[in-house]
Design a protein around this ligand. Structure first.
Ligand SMILES: [Zn+2]
Length: 90
């Protein structure tokens, strides 16, 4: 069982959260012309990385806030969590 430290609520069981995908994907700027390939990359194409990765999770059974979780995809170790709007230093 994973335990995730919600920046709003504190340490909670993974059962209270819902996985939301890769947190490193950036939406193209508004009013900017984008190619079909750029849009496909934003909407569909994801790398399946092994190792330390930044993910989005929603505390669905708690505060319902989206958070960022830095997690190792091979060991499931969680290193840090952030509020969704927080900039993450690498
Ligand atoms: Zn929470």
């Amino acid at each position: 069982m994973l335990y995730i430290n919600c920046p709003h609520c504190g340490m909670r069981s993974q059962n209270e959260f819902s996985y939301g995908g890769d947190a490193s994907v950036k939406r193209p700027s508004l009013n900017k012309e984008v190619s079909d390939q750029e849009w496909d990359n934003f909407v569909y194409n994801r790398k399946s990385l092994r190792g330390k990765h930044l993910e989005l999770w929603q505390h669905i059974s708690g505060c319902r806030q989206w958070i960022k979780v830095e997690r190792d995809t091979s060991t499931h170790e969680i290193f840090r969590t952030f509020k969704a709007d927080e900039e993450v230093a690498k």
